[in-house]
Design a protein around this ligand. Structure first.
Ligand SMILES: O=C[C@H](O)[C@@H](O)CC(=O)C(=O)O
Ligand SMILES: [Zn+2]
Length: 278
């Protein structure tokens, strides 16, 4: 597991491209027959990918070294969204079939968790966020239809997009984790502009549905100290509470957002006036 320390906004201002990438970009999320994990000390979120191909994948017992618990999810909850082929997930004594673009919430305390691909030729790709949890809410699958889609933006401003809210209080209870997926319409390139911050929650964006030569210029930083990262397919960006998080692609893309922190009010955002950006 890779550990990332928190970062102060004054430090972030001083970084060059490589420094910014080292702090904020998460690459190489999907490796065959592995679970990859990046632990950010910002709100202690863990960002990862699981791609079972030839055999089932589970969380290694050694992870307990990082969490100081008997097993990985003893004091954590986990949300995943499948962006690959069909998956079969075993959580203790129950099995969940998770198709492409479906989500699974795994409640605190799940001891035996195992991930399999239904068809090795079309492996599952399970992107996940995992956060400290104080109580056990039920494990539950959430389909795309249950994720109350909301279409925002317009073609005029190249930001027509549909937000699917998978893990939000209207759908199911979680301790702190919120997760969803935003899909841009063809020809739309911008997400989350006008942009916002939410000092009360950190956020992680994971970009996918991109061709290998496509990029997203992801904007981060304080509103008056903006920087960008060049992000490619299936890479994630950590956004501290003080940072904006927005992007423009060379073509349409989809991204998964996940948030943890003080509250679960999706609309609790501090909108940044376009005139304030620098
Ligand atoms: O705090 C909320 C998150 O930044 C995202 O939900 C924003 C988003 O998906 C979008 O505007 O396209
Ligand atoms: Zn946000």
């Amino acid at each position: 597991m890779e550990i990332r320390q928190p970062i102060h906004s004054e430090h972030a201002r001083t970084l060059d491209t490589e420094g910014l990438r080292r702090q904020f970009l998460v690459e190489g999320l999907f490796k065959p027959d592995e679970a990859t994990l990046t632990y950010s000390q910002i709100d202690r979120i863990i960002v990862g990918g699981i791609m079972p191909v030839t055999r089932p994948v589970s969380f290694a017992p050694e992870l307990g070294r990082h969490t100081g618990t008997d097993f990985f999810l003893q004091r954590r909850e986990l949300g995943l969204i499948n962006i690959g082929g069909a998956a079969r997930v075993l959580v203790d004594d129950r099995q969940y079939d998770i198709e492409s673009r479906e989500a699974l919430y795994i409640g605190q305390g799940a001891r035996l968790v195992e991930f399999k691909s239904v068809d090795p030729a079309n492996p599952a790709k399970l992107y996940f966020n995992c956060a400290p949890a104080h109580t056990a809410y039920p494990t539950r699958k959430v389909t795309l239809a249950e994720a109350s889609p909301e279409t925002l933006g317009s073609a005029d401003t190249s930001n027509r997009r549909t937000i699917h809210k998978f893990l939000v209080p209207d759908v199911l209870p979680t301790c702190q984790l919120l997760m969803g997926m935003t899909q841009l319409e063809p020809g739309s390139l911008w997400n989350t502009m006008p942009c916002h911050q939410h000092d009360r929650r950190m956020e992680v964006y994971f970009y996918f549905d991109m061709k290998s030569d496509a990029v997203v210029f992801h904007m981060l930083g304080e509103p008056t100290q903006t920087r960008h990262l060049v992000v490619r397919n299936e890479q994630a960006v950590i956004s501290p509470s003080w940072s904006i998080h927005s992007g423009v692609g060379t073509q349409a893309y989809t991204f998964i957002w996940g948030m943890v922190g003080e509250n679960q009010v999706f609309k609790d955002m501090d909108h940044v006036p376009m005139t304030a950006l620098r």
